[in-house]
Design a protein around this ligand. Structure first.
Ligand SMILES: NC(=O)c1ccc[n+]([C@@H]2O[C@H](COP(=O)([O-])OP(=O)(O)OC[C@H]3O[C@@H](n4cnc5c(N)ncnc54)[C@H](O)[C@@H]3O)[C@@H](O)[C@H]2O)c1
Length: 227
């Protein structure tokens, strides 16, 4: 049975992704620091701010056939006064942890000449964003994707990304109504994305997409590129 490690799998898009992989017959390693009651998969309780412990964690998990870097944090701080601890946390969880996880799983994937990595970015990567460091890290995830695709492509490993638009999770629901209204004006259908829709795109990239799809970003956003 193939094994997938999914970060932020305790709720939201990560939880839906865990369900999608499990439904497709995968063994799910669900990493999070807290879990919803109905979270799916074998629980790996871990705080991704502890980036220095990631290599050891991955070594303890055994075979990982696919990695989904989904966990992230967002704070609605005014751009002029972002607390230092928020900046550090956003950088660690949204960018440094995914980089460390890829570095940790890639040797075994290279050795097998097989493996898939899917990073969860955001439409915020493509525009100026009110949450400065969130936008910066989500743009960074796209280059992280391309750089690792370049490094691992010759070894049979695919690294792709998804860039979701507004999706019905706690992260989206914590935004002020004015921000949600602004984002929703750009969505063609006028409705919020369901976590299962993003999960289906992640599952496809993580398991079934053609091997020639590498280093790319799949926008799951119904046209919603916020201004
Ligand atoms: N919801 C949206 O509108 C939206 C839009 C674009 C992109 N995204 C992206 O989708 C991904 C999933 O977000 P979501 O909407 O499901 O958010 P969410 O807040 O519901 O879930 C995020 C998960 O990450 C976990 N997490 C946060 N910090 C952690 C840490 N230090 N260690 C371990 N786990 C940690 C949380 O516990 C949570 O389970 C994120 O990368 C987010 O940036 C979401």
């Amino acid at each position: 049975m193939k094994r997938v490690l999914i970060t932020g799998a305790g709720r939201g898009i990560g939880q839906a992704t865990a369900r999608a992989f499990a439904g497709a017959g995968w063994q799910v390693l669900a990493l999070d620091r807290e879990f919803a009651m109905d979270a799916v998969g074998e629980r790996v309780e871990f705080d991704l701010r502890e980036t220095g412990r990631i290599a050891g964690l991955v070594a303890s998990l055994g075979t990982v056939d696919a990695l989904v870097n989904n966990a992230s944090v967002l704070y609605c701080d005014p751009v002029e006064s972002i607390p230092e601890e928020h900046r550090r946390e956003i950088l660690a969880v949204n960018l440094e942890a995914p980089a460390a996880l890829i570095a940790a799983v890639s040797p075994q994937m290279r050795a097998r000449r097989s493996g898939r990595i899917v990073n969860v970015s955001s439409v915020s990567a493509f525009t100026g964003h009110p949450d400065l460091w969130y936008g910066i890290t989500k743009a960074g995830v796209l280059n992280l994707t391309k750089s690792w695709a370049r490094a691992l492509g010759p070894h049979g490993v695919l690294v792709n990304a998804v860039a979701p638009g507004p999706t019905r999770t706690r992260m989206y629901e914590q935004l002020p109504q004015s921000r949600r209204d602004e984002v929703m004006r750009a969505v063609y259908s006028g409705r919020v994305c369901e976590p299962e829709e993003v999960a289906a795109a992640i599952l496809w990239l993580g398991s079934a997409c053609p091997e020639y799809v590498n280093g790319t970003t799949l926008d799951v956003n119904d046209g919603s590129y916020p201004r």
